[in-house]
Design a binder for this molecule. Structure first.
Ligand code: GLP
Length: 248
């Protein structure tokens, strides 16, 4: 029986990053106009580092690619040091030949946030949808900023961040969880599940409990990442530490 998501386990986080970066390079080669959905967080850093290396050493070409980031904090300017736009510039976009006009972000400082969410959904549709959505996972099982709860929203929307999520994003705000905005905008679970392919990266033992539930547990809004079981082409790329609770 086809199991979703498929699970790939690598020895180290570097191996995860190298393999995914190679795959993205191959996908860019096959389709230079690929539309990528991109995450932030500590987990994708090695992957971005590897993409930068492939661009420098092997001329991997990003010039026609389009990107949509998953989420953004509310109430901070795009160029704030803690914004996800700043994060993406710093770790990827400034180091590859991507056209800034093709890199899309939610604007958490927009005057009308509902309109902003609608604009984002419309630009994803206008770009032809997301070909490859890369994801991280929060320690509480969130995807993007879709937090666990009694219900989930399908489309891009405003969310109130849980205390554990603000704590895990504190490094972007001088280490102070109280300085992390309490609200954010995020693609919805429907936006994420409509991507043609989804790859979730998880490394380290702190993710092992969630990973076990994503793979073995029921589909539940209490663990948004469990909805990946509904996707036809979803994959988990794990290091051994994150896979430690999966049956061998
Ligand atoms: C943030 C992002 C998520 C990301 C999560 C995990 O909350 N909004 O998209 O998956 O962090 O972060 P890390 O990779 O640092 O564990």
């Amino acid at each position: 029986m086809h199991r979703s998501p498929r699970v790939l386990v690598f020895a180290t986080p570097h191996d995860v990053a190298r393999t995914l970066a190679r795959r993205v390079a191959a996908a860019l080669h096959a389709n230079p106009k690929i539309v990528l959905g991109l995450p932030t967080g500590r987990t994708p850093l090695l992957f971005y580092e590897e993409l930068v290396r492939l661009h420098a050493d092997e001329d991997v070409d990003f010039s026609q690619a389009t990107t949509f980031n998953l989420d953004e904090f509310v109430g901070i300017a795009a160029d704030h040091p803690g914004s996800y736009r700043t994060f993406m510039r710093r770790f990827l976009f400034e180091h590859v030949n991507i056209d800034p006009a093709r890199t899309h972000f939610l604007d958490g400082a927009a005057a009308d946030l509902t309109e902003e969410c609608e604009r984002y959904e419309a630009s994803i549709t206008a770009a032809g949808g997301i070909d490859l959505q890369i994801l991280g996972i929060g320690t509480n099982g969130h995807l993007g900023f879709n937090e666990p709860g009694p219900e989930l929203e399908a489309r891009t929307h405003k969310v109130t961040l849980r205390p554990e999520t603000r704590r895990s994003n504190a490094a972007l705000f001088g280490g102070d969880p109280a300085a992390v905005p309490s609200q954010a905008l995020s693609m919805g679970m429907g936006t994420i599940l409509h991507a043609r392919k989804a790859v979730l990266l998880a490394t380290g033992e702190s993710k092992a409990g969630c990973v076990e539930r994503v793979v073995m547990g029921p589909i539940t809004t209490a663990l948004p990442a469990s909805l990946l079981q509904l996707h036809r082409d979803a994959e988990l790329m794990l290091d051994e530490a994150a896979a430690i609770r999966l049956p061998g």
